[in-house]
Design a protein around this ligand. Structure first.
Ligand code: J2J
Length: 538
């Protein structure tokens, strides 16, 4: 099994420790400390469950013993694919306590994504909930197991059928291991995937805790805060900006909301007196619209975080009037850097910018194609390094060579400009992914699936503007003699085991792709041409 590591050069690591960013605390350690301080306060509410901090830590320890009794060994990787339920926390903190490594998958992921993640991470176990709506995750687990040989255990929350039921596992006679080093990798997060398949992002205890501890502070979390998660909890934004981990760090209460549907969420806000939550822009638009006629009282809401994709200033300017709370824009990435508008910023900044970095030691460069810094106000490529931005992906030399500069800056692929006050404004993107309502879809990955269809000669996938999603995917396809039907082609892509958000929203058949006089054009240029062609026709 390949070792997991995330290493900053020694002089940086020393500086981050000296400045108090990295404090040597572990993921389980901070929660245990909180549970000692405020054992009887509610930590998490979801469905009909209400767990105190003491109750959460107790359940996590029991799960740690269960995982080890099953035969998992410290360092083993465990893919976690759970919806927004309290057990997400008891499982993940159980894994931390057993020195097992969670690998976070989204509930929308299907066979193609899960088997890729299992293989890349060399995972030994996979934790799912029996079902979520109409979908049966046990059926998915069966297919994943058939494909990924190394997967030894499937653990199910709820009716497990032939698999292990979490609640039925015995704790055995195991002794829990001593805590890991805080500079060790705590878990693997999944990249949005701008090229090809998702990459694995190793985050350490030290660096991640710094990012959500500082985020909790910037977002004003206290023990009186009630943080609702309406986005899929395993995504980096609701997990750490300030997310469920930031909420636990602050001793706040978490409310797990199983659907981002406005009325369902509003009912929970009223019942639990939610003070803060986070959304992607399309959901923020729906909530603002629904608030006008809703019978629920959402006046407890103090802060609405919006991020994951660009929030248009026009929409941003309506948050306060419609939802009665302060907007906090957040521009972040699972690889590290997170920017926030501050709660006391002038309205002008909150509406028009995506904020500024968490840390004084976040180094941000905005450069042109030659790598030279651009002037304030000018758009350029955003490069960054700092105390919680990774220096490498797991086991992916090719991606690392592309994504990081020799001196350790992460090339975000985002095009931004900086205001004189130091706030960033996202202007666009250099990479070829589709930001579909905050879900990142790699053009290349979808093209590969389309090309597998016998009726497809060539395919290029591009992002096109969408009034609701922000962007949607449009696949330009050159058919062979037997031109497939659009529905059949979509069904084919879906049938290859892809998350639904990756199935092309639109398919346009063309006879040929334009080529330049030189002959073949690069995929990048081709996608650009097709996007422009599309925009001329609408
Ligand atoms: C424009 N583009 C944005 C924003 C992210 C907090 C918030 C979001 C993420 C996230 C995250 C944007 N305006 N406000 O991990 O901790 C686009 C950029 C960025 C990419 C990262 C967090 N906020 N984006 O969305 O890893 O293109 O993380 O590089 O999924 O989303 O995507 P992801």
């Amino acid at each position: 099994m390949l070792e997991l590591k995330q290493v900053w050069p020694e002089e940086y690591a020393r500086r981050y420790r000296d400045k108090g960013y990295w404090r040597g605390e572990t993921m389980f350690g901070f929660l245990e400390r909180r549970a000692r301080e405020i054992p009887d306060r509610l930590a998490v509410v979801g469905g009909d469950q209400r767990w105190t901090y003491a109750g959460l830590i107790e359940r996590a320890k029991r799960n740690a013993a269960r995982f080890l009794a099953l035969g998992l060994r410290p360092g083993d990787r465990v893919v976690v694919q759970l919806p927004n339920i309290p057990e997400f926390l008891s499982v993940v903190f159980g894994l931390f306590r057993a020195n097992l490594i969670p690998v976070f998958a989204l509930p929308a992921h299907r066979l193609a994504e899960i088997s890729h993640i299992v293989e890349r991470a060399e995972a030994s176990a996979y934790v799912v909930a029996a079902g979520d709506g109409d979908f049966d995750f046990r059926a998915l687990a069966r297919e994943v197991r058939a494909r990924a040989g190394g997967l030894r255990h499937v653990i199910v929350i709820g009716d497990a059928q032939e698999f292990h039921a979490l609640d039925g596992l015995s704790c055995g006679e195991v002794t829990l291991p001593p805590p890991p080093s805080a500079s060790a990798v705590a878990f693997l997060q999944i990249s949005g995937g701008s090229t090809g398949l998702s990459k694995l992002i190793p985050r350490t205890h030290d660096d991640y805790i710094y990012s959500f501890r500082a985020s909790a502070d910037i977002c004003g979390l206290t023990t009186d805060s009630v943080f609702m998660v309406a986005l899929p909890v395993a995504h980096n934004f609701p997990m750490s900006s300030p997310g469920v981990f930031g909420a636990l760090f602050a001793g706040a209460r978490i409310v797990m909301c199983s659907s981002p549907n406005a009325e369902a969420a509003f009912a929970l806000i009223e019942r639990e007196r939610v003070t803060i939550t986070g959304l992607v822009p399309p959901l923020a638009l729906l909530w603002m619209q629904a608030a006008a006629t809703s019978r629920y009282d959402v006046s407890s809401l103090e802060v609405l975080l919006v991020g994951g994709a660009k929030f248009a200033p026009e929409a941003a300017s309506r948050v306060r009037a419609t939802l009665g709370c302060t907007l906090q824009q957040v521009f972040g990435m699972a690889e590290g850097l997170v920017n926030y508008t501050r709660l006391d910023d002038p309205e002008e900044t909150i509406i028009n910018t995506q904020g500024r970095p968490i840390s004084p030691d976040d180094e941000v460069l905005i450069v042109d194609d030659h790598g030279d810094a651009v002037a304030d106000g000018e758009p350029g490529l955003l490069l960054t390094r700092g105390p919680y931005t990774i220096r490498a992906y797991h086991n992916d030399d090719a991606a690392n060579a592309r994504a990081f500069t020799p001196d350790g800056y992460y090339r975000t692929g985002d095009i931004v400009s900086r205001t004189p006050e130091g706030n960033l404004v996202v202007r666009g993107r250099a990479g070829d992914h589709i930001n579909r309502a905050g879900e990142k879809v790699s053009a290349e990955e979808i093209e590969d699936h389309l090309l597998a269809h016998p009726g497809v000669f060539d395919a290029a996938v591009v992002s096109v503007p969408d009034p609701y999603l922000g962007e949607r995917s449009c696949a330009f396809v050159i058919p062979r003699e037997q031109r497939p039907k659009i529905v059949a082609l979509k069904a084919f892509v879906r049938g290859r085991g892809l998350a639904e958000f990756k199935v092309p929203d639109q398919i346009v058949f063309v006879d040929a792709f334009q080529t330049t006089a030189v002959g073949k054009v690069s995929r990048k240029v081709l996608r650009q041409q097709l996007r422009e062609q599309f925009l001329k026709t609408v």
